[in-house]
Design a protein around this ligand. Structure first.
Ligand code: NAP
Length: 249
C-alpha cells in the first residue's frame, strides 16, 4: 500500500473536508505532506499531528492560494523543506451560491479566484521544479457542477469548468516532461461546504444517484491517491468523476 514512499505532496485546503482526507490518504501511502490552509491553523496542525501519528511526515503552511505571491511562497517552502514537489493537489475551494440576479460581483470574483486562479497560481509555481525533476502529478479537484452546471452556482460552475480547461491545456504543455495533469470531479460529499444544503435538494439528489448515498471524503481521496501514483503515467488530461453515477457521459 505504501506506493508513494519518498514522494512529496502539496495539498491545498488540507485543513478540513476533502483536502484533509486526501492529505491523510497520501500520507498513509508513504508521501510527505505539506498541509496548506488559509485561516484554520489549529485544524491544519491537527492534520499534521494525525499524519505523524500514522508514522508519516508533514508540515502545515498558511497561504491564501488565490494570491500568486502566497501560492508561489507555498511551493517554494515545500521545495526548500523537502527538495522537490512530486504531487500537487489543487483542492482549495469555496462557494457563494445564489441566483445570478442576486449574485454580487464580489461573489463571482471570490469564487473564481479561490477555485480557479489558485490552481493556476500553484501550477505555475510548481511546473518549473517538476520539469527539472522530469516527474510530476498535478490533480485538480473540480466538481459535477463544472460538468453539468448547477443552478445558483454560475460562479462555482464556471470556476470548476475552467479547472477542466486548465487541466487539459496544462496536460498538453507538460506531458513530454513526465508530468501528468488530471482532474477529479466529486458529486455531493458531506463536508462544511455542503452542510447547508436543504433537505429537499438532498432528497431530489438521492433520487438521481445510481449509488444511493452521498459521497464520502474517502471516496474522493482514494481517486486522488490513484492518480498521484507512479502507475498512472499514461493517464493525463482526464476528468475522473467520483459521483455515485450522478453524471454520465
Ligand atoms: P471545505 O470543507 O469547505 O474546506 C475547504 C478548504 O479549502 C479548507 O481547508 C480551507 O482552508 C481551504 N481554503 C479555502 N479558501 C482558501 C484559500 N484562499 N487558500 C487556501 N486554502 C483555502 O470544502 P470541501 O467540501 O472539502 O471541498 C474541497 C474541494 O472539493 C473544493 O475545491 C470543492 O469545490 C470541491 N468539491 C466539494 C464537493 C462537496 O460536495 N463537498 C463536491 C465537489 C467538489 P481554511 O480551513 O483555512 O479556511
Amino acid at each position: 500500500m505504501a506506493q508513494l514512499d519518498g514522494r512529496i505532496a502539496v495539498v491545498t485546503g488540507a485543513s478540513r473536508g476533502i483536502g484533509r482526507a486526501i492529505a491523510l490518504e497520501l500520507a498513509r501511502r508513504g508521501a510527505t505532506i505539506v498541509v496548506n490552509y488559509n485561516a484554520a491553523s489549529g485544524a491544519a496542525d491537527e492534520v499534521v499531528e494525525a499524519i505523524k501519528a500514522l508514522g508519516g511526515q508533514a508540515m502545515a503552511r498558511q497561504a491564501d492560494v488565490s494570491n500568486l505571491e502566497q501560492a508561489t511562497a507555498l511551493i517554494d517552502a515545500a521545495v526548500e523543506a523537502y527538495g522537490k514537489v512530486d504531487i500537487l493537489v489543487n483542492n482549495a475551494g469555496t462557494t457563494r451560491d445564489t441566483l445570478i440576479m442576486r449574485m454580487k460581483e464580489e461573489d463571482w470574483d471570490t469564487v473564481i479566484n479561490t477555485n480557479l486562479k489558485s490552481a493556476w497560481n500553484c501550477s505555475k509555481a510548481v511546473v518549473r521544479p517538476m520539469m527539472k525533476a522530469r516527474y510530476g502529478r498535478i490533480i485538480n479537484i473540480t466538481s459535477v457542477s463544472g460538468i453539468a452546471g448547477n443552478e445558483g452556482q454560475t460562479n462555482y460552475s464556471a470556476s470548476k469548468a475552467g479547472l477542466i480547461g486548465l487541466t487539459k491545456a496544462l496536460a498538453r504543455e507538460v506531458g513530454s516532461r513526465g508530468i501528468t495533469v488530471n482532474a477529479v470531479a466529486p458529486g455531493f460529499v458531506k463536508t462544511d461546504l455542503t452542510a447547508d444544503l436543504p433537505e429537499s435538494l438532498l432528497q431530489a439528489l438521492n433520487d438521481r444517484l445510481v449509488i444511493k448515498r452521498l459521497g464520502t471524503i474517502e471516496d474522493v481521496a482514494y481517486a486522488v491517491a490513484f492518480l498521484a501514483s507512479d502507475e498512472t503515467s499514461y493517464i493525463t488530461g482526464q476528468v475522473l468523476s467520483v459521483d455515485g453515477g450522478l453524471v454520465m457521459g
